[in-house]
Design a protein around this ligand. Sequence first.
Ligand code: AVI
Length: 307
Amino acid sequence: MLAEVREGFGRTPKELPPKYFYDAPGSRLFEEITRLPEYYLTRTELGLLKAWIPGWLGDWRPRSFVELGAGSAEKSRLVLDAMTAENERALYVPVDLSEPTLDETARRLRAEYPGLDVAPVVADISTNFEFPRALPRPVLYAFLGSTLGNFKRPRAVALLSRIRKTMRPSDRFLLGADLKKDVATLEAAYNDARGVTAAFNRNILRVLNRELGADFDVMAFEHRALYDAEAAWIEMHLVSSRDQEVTIPGLGAFRFVKGEPIRTEISCKYDRESVTDLFTAAELEIEEWKTDSENLYALALASPSFS
Ligand code: AVI
């Protein structure tokens, strides 16, 4: 963590890796975000999964389901229901950074689905983590919630390529992707009226205080989220509300001038073309592309390409 913060604070503007949002309070705040009226992503994705998963998994029945960033696996139930519909045995591999969340998820799912083997993997998917290979085929890999959008292109392509390398011809990859749309809708989703996203954003500084002994005055940084249309991403910042100095033991003192931002997250927004572009770079090709009636969000089901 110290090395990553050193690297991020060496940039202009300073940056922090968004994975550090998700300690226990941060994960609870994120769950709250997913239920906000402005944050249409989660409920729209759920509607699409409900509409399309039973049909897709009825025709092609995977025996393993590997889910990246699984968290509490709420949306995963739709896939698990379809996989276990005919009392067949199935394997679920939830992959997440948080061991306590995974343990709890595994405990609940084992009780709920008697025919399901649950083999959680604690891993940081933003690094070079190796995917399990010896899995009953076919395998459905999934990365939902538009979390791929929190990765810049090189990391997104690297992650997709790592998934692709483990795929056999009968396997599929399912991506949830938030779509480009009017700026007002996008910015409202990251600037909710109740200030939950602001609390979520600031929480990263509490994590640094607790884990690294830093002395951020958390309330002296303001939440800001803006859409950059050229990059096609939302940028979340914490903006210093005054001139101040922060000490991070092991890294030293950092001066902030009033108005100086720390970039805490990017959240890329896609269209079919940009998803195709990422997939092509990773040797994947879109088999199914489904959007909701308002064109807010998409599910892309992809197969490995062999060109
Ligand atoms: C997890 N990820 C897809 C969320 C997003 O929309 O980029 C994280 C988030 N940040 C602010 N609100 C939600």
